[in-house]
Design a protein around this ligand. Structure first.
Ligand SMILES: [Zn+2]
Length: 419
């Protein structure tokens, strides 16, 4: 059994560099499209205003406001130039934003018509000649919600008349891949609206209102780390960060890097506080005294664990408690990736759950026969829902674990054991 612990349990760990990064805003990306441009002036106002210029100016203001709020903004049109509708959509597809907003001004044969409206594609109002992309069809509820929030914001904050939402098959809001709206700020064909659209303060108000509507739809959440946005383990990593169980370096978590032994032990120590235990029990825990020699009083010397190693104290505590052991060549390998089998055994040991509890195959991993050294731990943790196989039939015990996989496992463990 001693060889088992020393040789096998080496292991585990997690992340932990010293820099605790402040929560950072996720870079949610937004495409802002200034309608018309170049040879296409759009509507021409009763006061001579060109729609393309009004759109461009408001789009620029909107870009600045959104950027100031922390969004990542991409403009389709960056000058007074002609860009086809298909190219605008292609640019948006390429940018892969969270949403698309096109800025326009309206026109109507009846000069009395005035006010603001927001267009979006609605699958319940299809137009046979203008089929939408599958994505836009599916995104109807999202586009509608975005349209509602922006329309409400404009009406409340600018005083333009409320012309409501308009289901529409306009190209740029029908062919894309993300929630999309087209804002018709006001009517250039109406003298009152046109005069207001000529006013820089009103344009600023419009831009602010659209920005606020977008922010209401897509609030900037605080990401625990800058590199976990949309990662499959994002929510687990975020929960562990909030509990102080994981840290990153320079604001990054590096979720897909293999977790090292020292990192795993550091996280485990945050979970189980074994280094406190070891210190408070006058340097020699009862448990250790029972099964190990008095090696805990004096630090063990390993050639690859100098006192300057960031994990020195934690590693020494783990060594003292018998959680990890060195290798025959005199190394302890703190920076070596931890394997899944090692994680399982060490997790059980640290929780004090190691036992002869029966573990008969609720899960039959063909690569973990009953004779495998870590079989008991692996099957017990599997039965508790804490560790999963790589597939239904394989566990891959010798494979390393990524930091994200470790976070997901610890997150499950914390959830299952919470009072
Ligand atoms: Zn237009």
């Amino acid at each position: 059994m001693r060889d088992f612990y020393t040789g096998l349990i080496k292991l585990l760990l997690a992340a932990v560099f010293l820099v605790a990064a402040p929560a950072k805003a996720l870079a949610e990306k937004i495409v802002v499209d200034a309608g018309h441009g170049g040879s296409d002036p759009g509507a021409i106002g009763v006061n001579g205003l060109y729609e393309k210029n009004v759109n461009y100016n408001i789009a620029q203001k909107l870009r600045d406001l959104l950027a100031g709020m922390g969004y990542d903004v991409v403009l389709t049109r960056k000058a007074d130039e002609y860009i086809s509708l298909a190219d605008r959509v292609a640019m948006t597809d390429e940018a892969k934003p969270s949403l698309f907003v096109s800025v326009h001004a309206n026109s109507h044969p009846n000069a009395n018509v005035s006010g603001a409206m927001v267009l979006y594609y609605d699958k319940d109002y299809p137009q046979d000649s203008y089929p939408a992309s599958d994505a836009m069809t599916a995104l109807t509820p999202e586009s509608k919600k975005l349209a509602e929030l922006v329309q409400q914001s404009i009406v409340k904050q600018t005083g333009f008349a409320d012309k409501g939402l308009l289901p529409s098959a306009a190209y740029v809001i029908r062919m894309g891949q993300v929630p999309s709206i087209l804002v018709e700020t006001a009517f250039l064909s109406n003298s009152g609206d046109a005069a207001r659209l000529a006013n820089d303060t009103v344009r600023q108000q419009l831009a602010q209102a659209v920005a606020n509507g977008i922010a209401a739809y897509l609030p900037l959440t605080k990401a625990a780390f800058s590199d976990i946005s949309r990662h499959w383990a994002q929510s687990a990593i975020t929960r562990l960060k909030e509990k102080g169980l994981v840290e990153g370096s320079g604001g990054r978590f590096e979720p897909d890097k293999p977790m090292t032994r020292a990192e795993w032990l550091t996280i485990a120590d945050r979970l189980f506080h074994f280094s406190d235990k070891q210190q408070t029990k006058s340097g020699l825990s009862v448990q250790v005294a029972a099964q190990a020699t008095s090696s805990t009083v004096t630090a063990q010397v390993y050639k690859d664990l100098p006192q300057t190693h960031w994990s020195y104290k934690t590693m020494q505590a783990a060594i003292g408690l018998g959680y990890v052991g060195g290798y025959e060549d005199g190394s302890i390998r703190p920076d070596q990736p931890v394997t899944r089998a090692e994680v399982a055994v060490l997790l059980e040991r640290m929780t004090g759950a190691i036992s002869d509890a029966p573990w008969k195959a609720a899960a039959d991993f063909k690569d973990v026969p009953a004779s495998y050294w870590a079989a008991g731990s692996i099957y017990r943790l599997k039965q508790k829902g804490i560790m999963e196989g790589i597939t239904e039939a394989t566990f891959s015990p010798g494979k390393s674990m990524t930091r994200a996989e470790m976070a997901a496992m610890i997150d499950r463990y914390v959830a299952k054991t919470a009072p």
